[in-house]
Design a protein around this ligand. Structure first.
Ligand SMILES: [Zn+2]
Length: 206
C-alpha cells in the first residue's frame, strides 16, 4: 500500500490485475505492465480488445465441454473422428497436448478440474454428470481416462472407474510412461503418443 504514492493508480490497477494470474508474481506483473505502457497505444488496445472478446465469443461446447467459438466444437463436429471413443481429460490444455501427438482420433470430454476434497472440489464441481449423460444417451464404446498421474488425477480416475463400471463400455487408462506426478500437458509428444497407443484396459470388478 505504501507504493500507492509512487505508482500511478492506473498502473497499480493493471499490476494488481496481472498479478492475480497464476504464476505471475508482483515482480513479473510490474514488468509486464511497464512493458505494455512503453509500447504503442495500439498494442494496449489490441490486448484490451482480446480480453474483452474472450467471454463474448468463446463458450463451452455443449458436448465435450471444451472452450470453443462454435457449438459443437471443431472436434465434436468432425465427421471423420470416432465418436464411440471419449477421452476424458482435466483441462482444454490437455486436449491440445493430445491433439499435438496426432495419435488420437476419437472425441473428448473436459472435466475442468480434478477431484480434490481438501479444496472443496467434489464430483459436482467438475463436469462428471455431463460425462455420464453422454454415456447414457450416446453410442459410446470406450471411455479412455487420461487424467494426470498426480494424486488428484489418480483419485479422479478411480472415482470415474467406479462410476462407469455399470456401463457396457470398454474402460481404458493412459498407459505408464508418463512419470508419476506429471501433468500430461508437460509430457513430451513422443511419450504421450506412446501412452495413448498402449492405453490399457481398466480392470473391472466382477
Ligand atoms: Zn466439443
Amino acid at each position: 500500500m505504501s507504493s500507492m504514492q509512487i505508482i500511478p493508480p492506473a498502473l497499480e490497477r493493471l499490476i494488481k490485475s496481472l498479478s492475480s494470474l497464476p504464476g505471475v508474481g508482483a515482480k513479473t506483473a510490474t514488468r509486464l505492465a511497464l512493458n505494455i505502457l512503453r509500447r504503442p497505444v495500439s498494442d494496449a488496445r489490441e490486448l484490451a480488445d482480446a480480453l474483452a472478446q474472450l467471454h463474448s465469443s468463446i463458450q463451452l461446447c455443449s458436448r465435450c465441454m471444451t472452450f470453443s467459438e462454435t457449438d459443437p466444437c471443431a472436434v465434436c463436429a468432425d465427421q471423420r473422428r470416432d465418436a464411440s471413443i471419449i477421452c476424458v481429460v482435466e483441462q482444454p490444455s490437455d486436449l491440445m497436448a493430445i491433439e499435438k501427438t496426432d495419435g488420437y482420433r476419437g472425441h473428448y470430454h473436459i472435466l475442468h478440474g480434478v477431484l480434490s476434497p481438501v479444496d472443496g472440489i467434489g464430483p459436482e464441481e467438475i463436469k462428471i454428470k455431463e460425462l455420464l449423460a453422454r454415456i447414457q444417451s450416446n453410442t459410446v464404446a470406450e471411455v479412455f481416462i487420461a487424467t494426470s498421474s498426480t494424486v488428484p488425477g489418480e483419485a479422479t480416475a478411480s472415482y470415474l472407474i467406479d462410476r462407469l463400471q455399470p456401463f457396457p463400455i470398454r474402460l481404458t487408462r493412459l498407459a505408464c510412461g508418463i512419470p508419476m506426478g506429471m501433468d500430461i500437458k508437460y509430457a513430451d509428444q513422443y511419450t504421450l503418443a506412446k501412452a495413448i497407443e498402449s492405453r490399457s484396459n481398466v480392470l473391472k470388478n466382477p
